[in-house]
Ligand binder design. Structure first.
Ligand SMILES: Cc1ncc(COP(=O)(O)O)c(C=O)c1O
Length: 359
């Protein structure tokens, strides 16, 4: 790749001009100029939670109301930032956090609401924002699965205070490792720009004698670099096509498998970007279905385990009668990525029918 060679031999591989260009162009693609590149989505989430805590009313015991049906990366940043996690339940038919459960769970020490758009299927943002506004707390969207998804005709990245994206190896696009946060307020983007690099604004021209004079408070090392950004700029050229292929592939599989397996409901106003396709099967048949798919050469997995059962995150699990327990028991994920051909899709559909029939 000549663009990579150009950066690698340029004498400048750290965060510099390529990163500025990718940051601007990715923000334009999302439609939000307050977009900041980070080292990963986990980094973007950590910076967002930190900024939400720092800009809220101080409290001795802050908490964040969060979804258990997600990757551990959604929730570890909350604990790292020194807040407790309060689990809200999910909607059983979507797997996404329930606005009603947030409303029941939230208290006066809640400083943010954390959600994930499970598998790229947008959560019910209008209902969640109504609850957030009632309690005066910001919303962080873990959008790692949802690059290119729309809610009410707008790309994810334009609805809440913070929306965090992943460019890790197996996401819609990759920079090997990388991420971004799209902020609603320019001042949040400005502070996160500093916090991602120790608390200093690396983008400002440094006076070589004075050095940096402004410090935004103890920050992190969660910046990007020009090698990743050069890859990102190339990937961006294909992003629209990639998202379209994910959507079309999911549509083909959903129509082929209609009546064979269940699917999570698409929320009103949502247009998912289907990072993976979640199918819903009978819990006692899931192991057999999964084994059969694997034997037929079809990748499948539960992807993420409900987080509330992880004692290390420090709160009581929601219990066996919760919606998250039922969703988690039924869900299995199959591929629907851009690289699949029509023959691949037919093979996945046939293998799934065979697996369900024999389970
Ligand atoms: C829902 C979710 N959030 C966050 C992440 C973390 O992304 P990253 O590897 O870019 O930190 C992942 C990774 O798979 C994920 O699935």
């Amino acid at each position: 790749m000549s663009v990579l060679e150009e950066v690698l031999f340029s004498g400048y591989i750290a965060q510099g001009p390529k990163s500025d260009e990718f940051e601007k162009r990715f923000g334009e693609w999302v439609g939000n100029p307050n977009t900041v590149l980070t080292s990963s989505c986990t980094g973007a989430l950590a910076l967002s939670v930190r900024q939400a805590l720092d800009s809220g009313e101080p409290t001795e015991k802050p908490n964040v109301v969060s979804t258990p049906m997600t990757c551990i990366a959604t929730n570890t940043p909350i604990r790292e930032a020194g807040a407790a996690i309060k689990w809200a339940d999910v909607e059983e038919d979507t797997g996404n956090i329930s606005a009603a459960s947030i409303d029941e769970t939230i208290d006066e020490d809640t400083r943010a609401i954390m959600l994930v758009h499970w598998s790229g299927m947008p959560a019910d943002l209008d209902a969640i924002h109504r609850v957030a506004q009632k309690h005066g707390v910001p919303v962080v969207e873990d959008s790692a699965h949802a690059l290119g998804a729309l809610y009410k005709s707008k790309k994810i990245g334009n609805h809440s205070e913070y929306a965090c994206f992943s460019f890790q190896a197996i996401k819609h696009i990759t920079t090997i490792e990388g991420g971004a946060v799209a902020c609603k307020k320019p001042e949040d983007a400005e502070r996160i720009t500093k916090l991602r690099w120790f608390g200093l604004n690396r983008k400002e021209q440094r006076d070589s004698i004075k050095g940096f004079e402004e410090y935004a408070g103890a920050g992190y090392k969660m910046n990007t670099n020009d090698v990743s950004s050069a890859i990102g700029l190339e990937q961006l050229k294909y992003l629209d096509g990639i998202v379209t292929r994910h959507k079309e592939n999911a549509k083909t599989l959903k129509s082929e498998l209609d009546g064979t397996v269940g699917f999570p409901r698409v929320a009103d106003g949502a247009d998912p970007s289907y990072w993976i396709l979640t199918i819903l099967v009978e819990p006692d048949k899931k192991r057999a279905i999964s084994d059969s798919l694997s034997a037929q050469g079809i990748d499948n997995s539960v992807s993420h385990t409900r987080n509330d059962i992880y004692k290390g995150l420090g709160n009581e699990a929601l219990g066996d009668d919760s919606a998250v327990a039922r969703f988690d028991a039924r869900k299995l994920n199959i591929p629907c990525g851009w690289w699949l051909t029509q023959d691949d899709l037919q093979r996945i559909a046939n293998a799934t029918k065979e697996a369900v029939k024999n389970a």
